[in-house]
Design a protein around this ligand. Structure first.
Ligand code: AMP
Ligand code: MN
Ligand code: MN
Ligand code: MN
Length: 298
């Protein structure tokens, strides 16, 4: 059996990124080629609420010699708060998973119509067609409205589009009943996948609430947590790791496995470039799960 420390030296793992199948700018082929040129050896494509880009990404991965895992970033809810749960190594043939995906596709379509209605009332005619054009064959989301608002010259860039029109509390912030955390974890595990709590530091939670979220996630069968999402302050990473260990101990559970991902969406954002993340020494990587199973079957 290959020692994990050897792998950690030679492997560059990125388990969170987006293609044109959701709100990324690069096609699955372009994305995998870029990952390869950044030195990534194991990549998971994790588009929002779809596996649509996975077959193309895997074909390219085979051609270029980079492992591509099927992944998905599910929109979910913890109580009333939106949270994201990444499913890694899921079986795309799973009926339960298919149903979870179909439900979200419908929720996204309905939400897009409501966002457009609200924007039109504010004088932005043509928002729905505009956003749909940016989404193309991919699942539609708020970033497609943001890009259209920029294209039309209504705002300077996407960040401002969120700040003024699409972000929390703004006119285009339409609440969605995404399936709850527990149900989302069940959908992923029913498909043989690994459930990962995405970017825990990006929900704007107090420490107390963050501890509660992690505890609920572990109690519901969540297996791993993103310790790093894009470039991150090492102090924050250390504190997050300590928090995760403390919560696991309180729940009487082993510490969760750790995942890392860039959350890459587009090339001009160096703080979330493909492969920009490396797990610190001495932590249990989530990919250990698959290495073990590969060794057992070999
Ligand atoms: P949605 O999944 O349709 O609700 O859109 C959420 C996505 O919008 C996130 O995954 C980000 O890619 C993007 N996003 C969220 N907040 C911002 C922001 N402030 N500026 C730019 N993009 C954002
Ligand atoms: Mn996104
Ligand atoms: Mn996310
Ligand atoms: Mn993401």
């Amino acid at each position: 059996m290959k020692a994990l420390s050897d792998d950690a030296d030679t492997e560059l793992v990125d388990l969170h990124c987006h293609s044109t199948a959701s709100d990324g700018i690069l096609s699955p082929t372009e994305l995998v080629s870029r990952a390869k040129s950044q030195g990534v050896t194991l990549l998971a494509l994790t588009d929002h609420d779809t596996l649509g880009g996975v077959p193309e990404a895997q074909r390219t991965g085979d051609q270029l010699g980079i492992s591509v895992l099927p992944g998905i970033e599910f929109s979910s809810r913890w109580g009333k708060r939106p949270v994201h749960i990444v499913g890694l190594n899921v079986d795309s043939a799973s009926t339960t998973l298919r149903e979870a995906i179909n439900l979200r596709e419908q929720l996204r379509r309905e939400r897009a119509e409501r966002i457009a209605e609200r924007l039109e009332k504010r004088g932005f005619a043509g928002a729905l067609q505009g956003a749909r054009r940016w989404a193309g064959d991919g699942v539609i989301g708020r970033p497609h409205f943001a890009r259209w608002l920029v294209e039309e010259g209504h705002v300077e860039d996407s960040a401002r589009a969120f700040k003024r029109y699409l972000g929390a509390g703004k006119v285009g912030d339409v609440k969605v009943d995404w399936p709850q955390l527990e149900e989302t974890i069940d959908s992923i595990r029913a498909a043989g996948g690994t459930a990962v709590l995405a970017h825990p530091l990006k929900y704007g939670l107090t420490r107390t609430l963050l501890r509660r979220l992690v505890s609920d996630f572990l109690e519901a069968g969540g297996q791993a947590v993103e310790l790093l999402c894009g470039r991150q302050n090492p102090v924050q990473t250390r504190e997050l790791r300590a928090l995760l260990d403390a919560v696991a101990e309180e729940c009487g559970r082993p510490a969760p496995l750790f995942s890392v991902g860039s959350d890459f969406h587009q090339p001009d954002q160096p703080w979330r470039e493909l492969g920009c993340v490396r797990l610190p020494e001495g932590v249990e990587p989530v990919w250990k799960l698959w290495q073990t199973s590969a060794n057992n079957t070999g």
